[in-house]
Design a binder for this molecule. Structure first.
Ligand code: NDP
Length: 494
């Protein structure tokens, strides 16, 4: 199929020099990093590698905006109206943003349209509504002195302060919106640091926010590598850090935040089990893993990665999955007909290939894929491994690529035990036609989200986050907005 032709607006955007976005203005960078097209490895733009001074400027701009009330002091209805206008503007620019996302991240343009812009604008609209729905509670107090005095208390939810959002490279626009929208709905100012691999869409998002009426200084972006992120989360004027990325880096971020008592939400990795029981509809389970395991080339924190299949259905499942995977066509994300697209970077491609090689060496069988792709971009064949055992590296570590390990179980008890045998606990799915089995097993699964006969799909109202080392706190729903507030108790004697 012919590749989508880039809009003139996208071409012009790529050609601009990109620095940071502070106080409503693009700030030129003294040091830059190249930005690549994963489909061919060519440089498509440059972005700033911001130093600590630039980070300080961005945080101070956000802090001044918070203190002078240009956003935090607006009536909630005014904040909601502006956030809805912002959402409408993102929707009006959806094709432009989808193209930027695909050429920078590598994913299919179909996915960029459906999720990265489509689902993102639904999330934005949902979160805009929270601006007018946050509330505290009134308390009838029992304080006993001095005699005869009565007390009434109430709580207020106030903006927590300046929120730092560290955004990874798998869903750069969508996850930036996950950080920005709850914070803005709660009246906070934000500084976003996108991944150095995918800095472009967050910069465009901040421009659109300004155009929609979000005041300058309320939504800032600093681009750069790990040192930029480190300077941001360590800044004493940051009141809350919202981080999505690996568990290893998440721990460093949590430590840095605690140093100055910033609140933090960590949405980290996963090694998500999918359990296919003997009574499951195998056709649906195969379709489920094609979506839940291979979406965005498996570069999804909640992606199904350990597939436990009841012994009685193992061969049928592996044959059907391998056949389905073998029909997929490979090509650049800008080709709407290509179903397998590049992963984000050469580094990620090599890391995934290393996992496939480790599985081979540890004795797993390649049921499908697993061969190097002879193409200039960062492609990895979707790979199905059978004969995997629980102690193999591919069954224990987050791969973040299109590699699925199939294992077997005998009893429900064993399935639960294997699924929970991981230090991760982000998502899990049960595939069964027996609702009683599902209802009895759900409470026993150590994961922040349990899906039944589906996997990976999220909704703005459904809390999202991890058990165990998959993170701390929840994004989405009321938890996301309340997580950007501080509770103040008020006590009135009368
Ligand atoms: P990291 O978790 O290392 O990095 C995520 C972001 O944090 C990047 O922008 C990174 O910048 C920044 N960063 C790094 N160090 C610090 C620090 N000390 N303080 C603040 N920010 C920092 O992820 P990677 O991109 O290196 O990917 C590695 C693995 O992480 C993947 O293979 C995957 O397993 C997992 N991952 C999980 C994601 C999820 O959604 N849960 C998303 C992305 C990755 P820089 O890149 O310059 O280091």
């Amino acid at each position: 199929m012919a590749q989508v032709e880039l809009l003139a607006a996208v071409q012009a955007f790529l050609a601009r020099p990109h620095g940071s976005f502070i106080e409503g203005k693009a700030i030129a960078a003294s040091r830059t990093l190249p930005v690549y097209n994963p489909a061919n490895g060519e440089t498509i733009a440059t972005a700033g590698d911001s130093d600590a001074d630039t980070v300080d400027q961005a945080v101070r701009s956000a802090h001044t905006a918070l203190r002078d009330g240009r956003w935090s002091g607006l009536r909630p209805a005014d904040r909601e109206r502006i956030l809805l206008a912002f959402t409408a503007l993102v929707e009006a620019h959806a094709e432009e943003l989808a193209q930027i996302e695909t050429i920078n991240q590598g994913k299919s343009i179909n996915l960029s349209r459906a999720l990265d812009t489509g689902a993102t604008t639904e999330f934005m609209r949902y979160m805009a509504g929270w601006a007018t729905k946050l509330h505290g509670e009134s308390l009838d107090l029992s304080i006993a002195m001095p005699p005869g005095t009565r007390y009434t208390g109430y709580t207020r939810r106030e903006p927590v302060g300046v929120v730092a959002g560290i955004v990874p490279w798998n869903f750069p626009l969508m996850i930036a919106a996950w950080k920005v929208m709850p914070a803005l709905a709660a009246g906070c100012s934000v500084v976003i640091k996108p991944s150095p691999e995918t800095p472009l869409s967050a910069l465009r998002l901040a421009e659109l926010a300004l155009e929609a009426g979000v005041p300058p200084g309320v939504f800032n972006v600093v681009t750069g590598a790990g040192a930029t992120g480190q300077a941001l989360v360590s800044h004493p004027l940051i009141a809350k850090v919202s981080f999505t990325g690996s568990t290893q880096t998440g721990k460093l971020v949590g430590h840095a935040a605690v140093e100055h008592m910033a609140r933090f939400t960590l949405e980290l990795g996963g090694k998500n089990p999918m359990m296919v029981f003997g009574d499951a509809d195998i056709g649906k389970a195969v379709q489920g893993v094609m979506l839940g395991g291979l979406l965005n080339q498996g570069q999804v924190c909640a992606a199904a990665s350990r597939i436990y299949v009841h012994k009685s259905r193992h061969d049928e499942f592996v044959n059907a999955l391998s056949a389905a995977v073998s029909t997929l066509t490979l090509g650049p994300g800008l080709d709407p007909g290509a179903q397998v697209n590049p992963v984000v970077s050469r580094r990620q491609q090599q890391a995934i290939e290393g996992y496939i090689e480790s599985a081979r060496q540890e004795g797993a069988k390649l049921a499908a894929g697993g061969k190097p792709v002879e193409a200039p971009g960062f492609f990895v064949q979707p790979t199905i491994l059978s004969g995997v055992s629980q102690d193999m590296k591919v069954a224990r570590e987050e791969i973040f690529g299109p590699v699925l390990s199939v294992l077997t179980f005998d009893t429900d008890e064993e399935a639960v035990q294997l699924a929970n045998d991981s230090h991760y606990g982000l998502g899990a799915s049960l595939w069964t036609s027996d609702i009683s089995r599902a209802m009895n097993l759900i409470p026993r699964i150590e994961a922040g989200t349990v899906w039944v006969n589906t996997h990976v799909l999220l909704d703005p109202s459904m809390p999202f986050g991890g058990y165990k080392q998959s993170g701390i706190g929840r994004e989405f729903g009321r938890h996301a907005v309340e997580g950007c507030t501080e509770i103040k108790s008020v006590c009135i004697a009368h």
